[in-house]
Design a protein around this ligand. Structure first.
Ligand SMILES: [Zn+2]
Ligand SMILES: [Zn+2]
Length: 337
């Protein structure tokens, strides 16, 4: 392992552990510094104790680099152990069946890692494919992709797919559901995407009847495959949106739109009761990490635990299907619905 690889692994683990405070920022900064230096200089500075003179390098990095050159890994082992993701036996059965991840972000929008890093990590986790779902243009705060950038991104994906075959990066987008229930991307472009996640990111406090109508319109849109984090809650920070869940899940069932089981620890959306309701309507589900960093790709066990706890039928989990089946379904959801 090189010092850069060791630092990358530490950042991965901290992201996995959802440690997004000072410690992670310090390691990300240190990684930038170490990456920018010639490897010989890193080795020399580590040996003569001058690494810490560099801006952005703290004691922890000095120790990590020193250990790496000595072929030791006590520090990494500690961080690995502290950030392990636990899983129930029931969840493990779902995790074993899962072949991919249908909702994740790269640094093309508000993610922290390159498409290559996300894909390489997902492949190492045993996935057969990922769906890259960077944000749509309306979400300017997240550097959402307009049509032009989405076209550019699809070219990059095609290039990477040649390198990484048989692993596949599917092209997708997390589109905003606008106030009137329409989707923030033109139909011609949506037609070309493999998988479309539609989510609410604004006007989450809309009045119940209007919100229900807005969500039903999104679920009924033939381009929409997955309804992302449906209640919009952020645990401890933001309440669930108010909508008639019976009508929304009935629409998801009717139009064959999958309900996402979002695995982010601050979301875990839908909450248990609503998940039970969606199961009772016979909806499809997609257990997605919504990762914004490589470490967060390891979050699916949370959703798998939830799926096991509530008894989501395995054959309804769209990302447990072979990729060809998934793609045939997203092309024509009426067939399977
Ligand atoms: Zn989202
Ligand atoms: Zn997302």
């Amino acid at each position: 392992m090189t010092p850069v690889e060791a630092l990358e692994r530490v950042v991965h683990c901290l992201d996995r552990g959802f440690e997004n405070g000072f410690k992670t920022k310090a390691f990300v900064r240190a990684l930038d510094v170490i990456r920018s230096l010639p490897p010989e200089e890193v080795e020399e500075r580590s040996a003569n104790g001058t690494l810490k003179e560099l801006d952005g390098i703290g004691d922890a990095t000095v120790r990590l680099v020193k250990e790496t050159f000595a072929g030791e890994h006590a520090y990494i082992d500690k961080i690995e152990a502290e950030t392990q993701i636990s899983m129930t036996d029931g969840g493990a059965a779902y995790m074993a069946a899962i072949r991919g991840d249908c909702h994740l972000h790269s640094n093309w929008s508000d993610g922290g890692a390159t498409i290559t890093a996300m894909a390489t990590t997902a492949r190492a986790l045993g996935h057969e494919y990922i769906v890259l779902t960077d944000h749509s243009p309306r979400l300017t705060i997240a550097h959402g992709l307009d049509r032009k950038r989405l076209v550019d991104q699809r070219e990059e994906i095609a290039r990477l797919n040649e390198e990484m075959a048989p692993f596949r990066i599917l092209s997708g987008m997390e589109c905003d559901i606008l106030e009137d229930g329409s989707i923030d991307m033109d139909n011609e472009m949506l037609d070309q995407l493999d998988v479309v996640v539609a989510s609410l990111h604004s006007k989450l406090r809309m009045e119940k009847a209007k919100m229900t109508e807005r969500m039903v319109l999104a679920a009924a849109n033939p381009h929409v495959d997955i309804l992302g984090h449906c209640t919009g809650r952020l645990i401890g920070k933001r309440p669930e949106s108010t909508f008639d869940a019976d009508i929304v899940f009935m629409a998801c069932k009717q139009f064959g739109t999958a309900v996402e089981i979002n695995c982010r620890p601050e979301r875990l959306d839908p909450p248990r009761e609503l998940l039970g309701l969606a199961i009772s309507y016979g909806c499809y589900f997609s257990i997605d990490s919504d990762a914004h960093a490589t470490g967060q790709l390891e979050w699916q066990p949370r959703g798998c635990d939830r799926a096991a706890e509530r008894g989501v039928p395995m054959d309804k989990v769209i990302n447990s299907w072979p990729m060809e089946q998934l793609l045939a379904w997203t092309k024509d959801k009426t067939l399977a619905a």
